[in-house]
Design a protein around this ligand. Structure first.
Ligand code: GLC
Length: 629
């Protein structure tokens, strides 16, 4: 075994390993020249003290070389296209959709049958929830992965997945899959070998003989799934303890061991070669642990992501990462860089959209758009109204305090509001992971149910549309949870299912609502009306170049209920004004003195004379094309 030394020496060892594995392609070599130095530096920072550093680095690069050799030609063509247009995901034509394969379409063949619908809707980016082999019963909705190379047999096969990816690509849709790399399931081969006493694999996980270390770590870690188990560890049958941040069948990998990095990089490259164009880097905040810290978003977590990025850049250069970090906003933005994750979920905007709808006060959201929206060049937000997970109130307490809001009390209010416990609430949600010790909770529910449609609130549909109007216009990729566009309601049947009962997120993961889809052309139904209004917004977005990219200029009005921003284009701007309140608001003409008198309301297809001011209905909004005066 050899430790890492100088870059040139280690590079030689890596190339020798590549050659031992077969031909080394010219194009690959050129990318090694470009990316090896940073990979080496990252490895040195992560694994400089390890005796096996050089072997693992060499094996990683050799795996990348073999993966490039095996990469199908059409994917290499795609790589070249992406290389020529690295900002492809910034386009105003981008629209994401997310669904579970089984719940939405039965299986992969069913998803294929939905391609015409995806095109009708304008989807260009499809997130299929984890579809891999997984423990049969408890599997955290597929996030406990037993093999990254085998599709769950009830959904299809790996060749079918690759074929689907190719068909989607032809239809203009990029496939995104989860790379659940913080943990494997307890049934993964590595996990099985680890518990069986295979030393090589025992070091893939964090296993302790007794409670001494687990107790020490748990002094500073957060409980993520307290309904499943308290703390961050679960007991093994033999009395030892294993790190398990999420549910008991999800065992955290030990990234302090470079063999884990090498092995997972191999799984990542395998997926990239199936035609996955975006990898959703699941639970990024948790991948590195250090005693005495929260074990979240540590500097090494970033180094690891950058190292995965460098490997990808060598062997599948067209693929990008989306970071899934549901943490403090300062930390979320830290994962975004072209060398780390080009895309990131925007949990702050999501949560504050709901916050604004509950309070009828847009100031926290406006503040977030002003100070937390900007991103490094070459990166973009993924903006969503809700996902397959719960809604957590991830705003910064210090931001809220500036507006006189007590973060802790406000979260409690929002939880009560959205779980239907606050008097007069329009929301029908369910609490998720209520922590008896801290009183924390998050919220589950579909957009339509949370927005008031389930409760029969006359403003419910307007709220659904308003929330999407924000996600579709603030920048980056808007991501729709499929079913929301036809106002899908909560599905309470999970409570009767012994497997799903313990996880209230299933309330918003119902099957594809066939009836609602059948009504989508019928404006006398909520499904039809919501569909009609949302598809209109999508088509306006597609035709508004101002909505490309991420640039956003705040726009102030004297009304607390109005959220305002401009999206700069070439000569024109798109001015968004959204009223999150229950009352009609008239915005004074003086507010618009910086613009030419005539503007065009893109959503309602009418000219607006700004000298007459702008009137916003309750929960109304406008997308105005304006010209700076
Ligand atoms: C992510 C997923 C979530 C899952 C967790 C553990 O947060 O979105 O559904 O439970 O990771 O994999």
């Amino acid at each position: 075994m050899t430790a890492l030394t100088r870059p040139e020496t280690d590079r030689r060892a890596a190339l020798d390993a590549c050659e031992a594995g077969g031909r080394v392609d010219e194009a690959f070599l050129a990318r090694v020249d470009e990316h090896f130095p940073r990979l080496h530096e990252l490895f040195t920072r992560l694994y400089g003290g390890r005796a096996d550093g050089r072997e693992e680095l060499a094996a990683t690069v050799a795996a990348a070389s073999a993966s490039w050799n095996a990469r199908p030609l059409d994917l290499k063509v795609r790589d070249a296209q992406r290389g020529a247009d690295p900002g492809w995901f910034q386009s105003e034509r981008m629209l994401g959709g997310a669904c579970y394969v089984d719940r939405y379409a039965g299986n992969l063949a069913g998803i294929r049958d939905q391609i015409p619908y995806f095109r009708e809707l304008g989807i260009t980016y499809l997130h299929l929830m984890p579809l891999f082999d997984t423990p049969e019963r408890d599997n955290d909705g597929g996030y406990a992965v037993s093999s990254y190379r085998r599709v769950n047999p009830s959904l299809g096969t790996m060749p079918q997945l690759a074929e689907l990816a190719a068909e989607l690509r032809l239809a203009g849709i990029s496939l995104m899959l989860d790379f659940v790399f913080n943990h494997t399931s307890n049934e993964h081969e590595w996990a099985q070998r680890a518990v069986a006493g295979d030393d090589e694999y025992a070091d893939f996980y964090l296993i302790f003989p007794d409670r001494q270390m687990p107790d020490a770590y748990e002094r500073t870690t957060r409980e993520i799934f307290p309904d499943d188990h308290r703390g961050s560890f679960v007991p093994l049958e033999d009395g030892r303890w294993i790190w398990s941040t999420f549910s008991r069948q999800q065992w955290d990998l030990n990234y302090a061991n470079p063999a884990v990095f090498r092995a997972m990089a191999g799984e990542m490259l395998f997926l990239a070669n199936q035609g996955v164009e975006v990898l959703r880097m699941d639970a990024v905040a948790f991948i590195w642990k250090r005693l005495g810290t929260s074990c979240e978003s540590l500097p090494e977590a970033h180094l690891l992501l950058q190292a995965f990025n460098a490997v990808l850049a060598m062997a599948a250069p067209g693929v990008v990462f989306t970071s899934e970090a549901i943490v403090h906003p300062d930390e979320v933005v830290g994962y975004l860089s072209p060398d780390e994750c080009a895309l990131s979920y925007n949990p702050l905007q999501m949560a504050l959209t709901w916050e604004a709808l509950a309070t009828r006060d847009g100031r926290l959201l406006q503040q977030a758009l002003e100070r937390r929206h900007e991103l490094p060049p070459g990166t973009a937000w993924v903006n969503y109204v809700r996902g397959h997970d719960d809604i957590g109130w991830t705003f910064a307490d210090e931001d809220a305090a500036e507006l006189g809001i007590d973060g802790h009390a406000h979260r409690r209010f929002l939880n009560r509001f959205y779980t239907g416990r606050h008097e007069g609430t329009f929301a029908r949600g369910v609490a998720f992971q209520e922590n008896p010790t801290t009183g924390d909770a998050r919220v589950a529910g579909t957009t339509a149910s949370l927005a008031g449609i389930e409760a029969g609130d006359p403003r419910g549909e307007d709220r659904v549309v308003l929330a999407h109007a924000l996600a579709l216009s603030t920048g980056g990729i808007p991501l729709l949870y499929l079913g929301d566009e036809v106002a899908q309601l909560n599905d309470y049947s999970y409570a009767d299912d012994p497997v799903r009962r313990g996880d209230t997120r299933w309330v918003h993961r119902g099957n594809r609502p066939r009836d609602a889809y059948a009504q989508r052309g019928d404006d006398t139904t909520p499904a039809g009306r919501v569909f009609h209004r949302l598809t209109k917004l999508i088509s306006v977005r597609q035709q508004s170049p101002e909505l490309a990219g991420n640039a956003l200029i705040p726009f102030h009005t004297p009304h607390a209920a109005v959220v305002g921003y401009q999206r700069p284009g070439d000569g024109t701007r798109l001015l968004v004004l959204a009223n999150v309140g229950d009352a009609e608001i008239e915005i004074d003409p003086l507010t618009f003195s910086g613009f030419a008198q005539t503007s065009f309301d893109l959503v309602h297809n009418t000219e607006i004379d700004l000298d007459e001011g702008v009137t916003l209905r309750p929960h109304g909004f406008v997308w105005l094309r304006v010209t700076p005066a």
